[in-house]
Design a protein. Structure first.
Length: 388
């Protein structure tokens, strides 16, 4: 028995002796990502009886099954959460090994240890359509993207393991995710970036195209609740989305209005034209790489077709469960001002925005005087008792 196991047993005996519920140990894989980071933060702040371990991929890679086994033997987690994912445009090998095999290795360990396994999945496994419930899945084909294929296969195998091996799992399907701390600027935040950077002159969507949105902050309390109520949530898939879908054009134009920009213009580019434009740009970029200029299109453009297709998920199953979302009224539209302030400030700090008007979101905290008249600022702060 390892020293960690002995120490844990001693700690459990001691807490049992004094009548305190022993601290549970959770393993989260993907803790440095957008979703995982929010889960880590929530458990640290709100769940004192859980210690959530979140090793990064250097310490615990889903591509190394022996590492996963060794890690779990050493720490003996009481539950596992998987929010890890290979980059969305990964090749087949990475997508297969991380998104599929990695998830299944974790599930096997959870099954053997008889502990809950919470797996984060994606609406990419679902077809286009309106008000899709959890039973909707794309047929598995060789031609789907590596991302969708690996996520779909993971869902199917987890269900199989639940039916045949008694795995205690819950699958949480997210749609377009919005939230703070997306440091890789992906998905919805890439769209926000593109608008703020004024690199979207016209609308790459059609009128009446709706999508569902998932708030990253709503997920951790739900996971916490589900871990406490396994009888109700075990062996099931849940769409985790805001109650109302949002039209993509409305969302883009609302962002534009908040940023007080004149682009994108209210011109809807038809899909065939947008697709041709993308092909031409790919071709130009390939040629440029031959003369040493490395430029890439955002990975999201691979999924440009989705900008033109409605996909809305039904939240009914979760709404009909015993779980109550404390932030039910928060939507991607109501959260936009906070989100814009957070990201624009961040992108300006890192000088990522090439054309953005710097007057926006400049905090009124003496920054201008710090730049222009530091002596005046210093004098003011000293006079006012260290407040600006
Ligand atoms: N973001 C969205 O819009 C969206 C939409 C629908 C569904 N989802 C789902 O939400 C989940 C989380 O996505 P996200 O947006 O948080 O992703 P993310 O920000 O890209 O984070 C990915 C995480 O996976 C980890 N990871 C990558 N390769 C790994 C490996 N070989 N072994 C262990 N960990 C590895 C990364 O760790 P390192 O940094 O240490 O490499 C990182 O913590 C995924 O299941 C995704 O399908 C996301």
């Amino acid at each position: 028995m390892s020293s960690e196991q002995t120490a844990r047993q001693q700690q459990d005996r001691e807490t049992a002796r004094v009548g305190i519920r022993p601290k549970r140990l959770g393993l989260l894989v993907g803790g440095s990502g957008l979703i995982g980071g929010t889960i880590v933060h929530y458990f640290k702040k709100n769940v004192p009886d859980v210690e959530l371990m979140a090793p990064n991929s250097k310490k615990l890679s889903l591509r190394e099954p022996d590492d996963i086994r060794r890690y779990c033997d050493k720490y003996q987690p009481d539950f596992i959460i998987n929010s890890a994912i290979a980059a969305i445009n990964s090749d087949a090998q990475l997508a297969y090994e991380v998104n599929y095999l990695g998830a299944i290795h974790l599930a096997e360990i959870a099954s053997k240890r008889n502990i809950p396994f919470i797996h984060v999945s994606s609406a990419a496994v679902m077809p286009p359509g309106r008000d899709l419930d959890e039973s909707h899945r794309l047929p598995l084909t060789a031609r789907m993207s590596n991302y969708a294929k690996s996520k779909l296969m993971a869902e199917l195998t987890l269900e199989h393991m639940g039916r045949h091996g008694g795995l205690d799992y819950t699958i949480l399907r997210l749609a377009v995710v919005y939230g703070k701390h997306d440091h890789k600027i992906q998905g919805f935040h890439r769209l926000l970036f593109t608008i703020a950077d004024r690199s979207m002159p016209v609308l790459l969507t059609s009128r009446g195209v709706f999508h569902s949105y998932s708030h990253s902050k709503k997920l951790p309390p739900l996971i916490h609740y589900m871990l406490e109520h396994r009888d109700e949530f075990s062996g099931r898939v849940y769409n985790v989305v805001d109650r109302e879908p949002v039209e993509l054009a409305e969302l883009i134009l609302t962002i534009r209005a908040y940023l007080d920009l004149s682009t994108p213009r209210r011109i809807f580019v038809p899909y065939p034209l947008a697709r041709t434009g993308r092909t031409v740009i790919f071709w130009i970029l390939r040629r440029m790489s031959r003369i040493g200029i490395d430029a890439r299109l955002p990975a999201e453009l691979m999924f440009m077709e989705n900008f033109y297709k409605t996909q809305t998920l039904s939240p009914a199953r979760l709404l009909n469960s015993s779980y109550r979302d404390a932030d039910e009224d928060v939507t991607v539209i109501s959260f936009l001002p906070e989100l814009i302030e957070y990201y624009i400030t961040r992108w300006q700090h890192f000088r990522l925005l090439s054309t953005f008007n710097e007057e926006f979101y400049r905090p009124d905290n003496g920054l201008e005087e710090f730049r222009q008249a530091p002596d005046r600022l210093l004098e003011k702060i000293h006079r006012n008792g260290y407040t600006v």
